[in-house]
Design a protein around this ligand. Structure first.
Ligand SMILES: C[S@@+](CC[C@H](N)C(=O)[O-])C[C@H]1O[C@@H](n2cnc3c(N)ncnc32)[C@H](O)[C@@H]1O
Length: 294
């Protein structure tokens, strides 16, 4: 009885917050039922940390941090550090005299990160990638991990990064290109519609992974290398932890990319025995030239 009342309260709270109808809010609050109940109804609070801890997350982060080539005594900026998914390996890469600064706009994420780390070499600051409060030439290394995909103006942020990087300093950006999202379905048009929704409506800069080699050069940085890392998933539960199939499908129905019957068939297949999905993250490595590029 109390459980039901709590549920109704959560549905009403969501409906008043989002302005949607009671039944639409109900679909968001209630977890999916039937064969697709293996998928999560709502994004859990520890979503970022789980993604970072996954085998795929650890693999590309390790490679990207290796490319950062941190030197003893370096000052490293983790721009868009979130709840701190890469702070541990970044701290490991740092010598005893170095320092790491995590910056994010999200106060709640920073609070969660502060609770996890108490290292005198680490500072966690509120800040916006488009207007960083650092002096010129202030940092030796900048690490950006799946943050550029969300920025309103990535070119502005890159200009700022060039300014705060010391000459010769290095920036590593690990960003997906959502055009590479492959999800197997016996009805490929459903996979195509789902990917279209993700590209058109879900991610602000869905092509950033393949745009960055151009954008870093436009910002006056020298491009060193681009390393693609393709994560593959054959377990639907593991894939769902990254892609959030139930909630993204629900939104793609609301936006008219799939109808409800198609969405049901799509999820039904994904929840089956033969799941396959993949996504490529591009690690772009660039540095601020010692003399300005003309
Ligand atoms: C997908 S999360 C990645 C977090 C972390 N790098 C990781 O891999 O676990 C993107 C992060 O970028 C942050 N972000 C978005 N826009 C930002 C901005 N303008 N300035 C700084 N951080 C921003 C978000 O708050 C979020 O924590």
């Amino acid at each position: 009885m109390t459980k039901n009342r709590n549920l109704k309260r959560r549905i009403r709270a969501r409906a008043s917050k989002t302005g949607e109808s009671y039944s639409s809010a109900r679909r968001h609050v209630l977890p999916p039922t039937g064969p697709v109940s293996i998928f999560e109804g709502e994004r859990p609070a520890d979503y970022l940390l789980r993604a970072a801890a996954s085998a795929a997350g650890q693999a590309y982060k390790a490679l990207a941090i290796e490319q950062l080539a941190v030197q003893p005594g370096d000052t490293v900026l983790d721009l868009g550090c979130g709840t701190g998914g890469e702070l541990e390996p970044l701290l490991r890469s740092l010598g005893p005299g170095g320092s790491l600064i995590g910056v994010d706009t999200d106060e709640n994420a920073l609070r969660a990160a502060r609770e996890r780390f108490a290292d005198p070499r680490l500072r966690l600051l509120t800040g916006d990638a488009h207007a960083l409060h650092f002096g010129d030439d202030a940092v030796d290394r900048v690490y950006v991990d799946r943050t550029a995909q969300h920025l309103a103006a990535p070119a502005t942020a890159l200009d700022g990064l060039r300014r705060i990087l010391r000459p010769g300093g290095r920036v590593v950006l690990a960003e997906p290109d959502w055009q590479t999202l492959l999800v197997d379905s016996p009805e490929p048009e459903l996979a195509e519609a789902y990917r279209r929704f993700v590209i058109d409506r879900l991610i602000r800069n869905p092509r950033i992974g393949s745009e960055l080699p151009r954008l870093v050069q436009d910002a006056g940085l020298r491009l060193d290398t681009v390393i693609p890392v393709t994560a593959t998933y054959t377990d639907p539960v593991e894939g769902d932890r990254i892609f959030g199939f139930a909630r993204v499908t629900r939104r793609s129905v609301a936006a008219g990319y799939l109808d409800q019957a198609q969405a049901d068939r799509w999820l039904q297949h994904l929840a089956g025995r033969t799941f396959f999905a993949s996504l490529t993250i591009f690690i772009t490595v660039a540095r601020r030239p010692s003399v300005p590029l003309c």
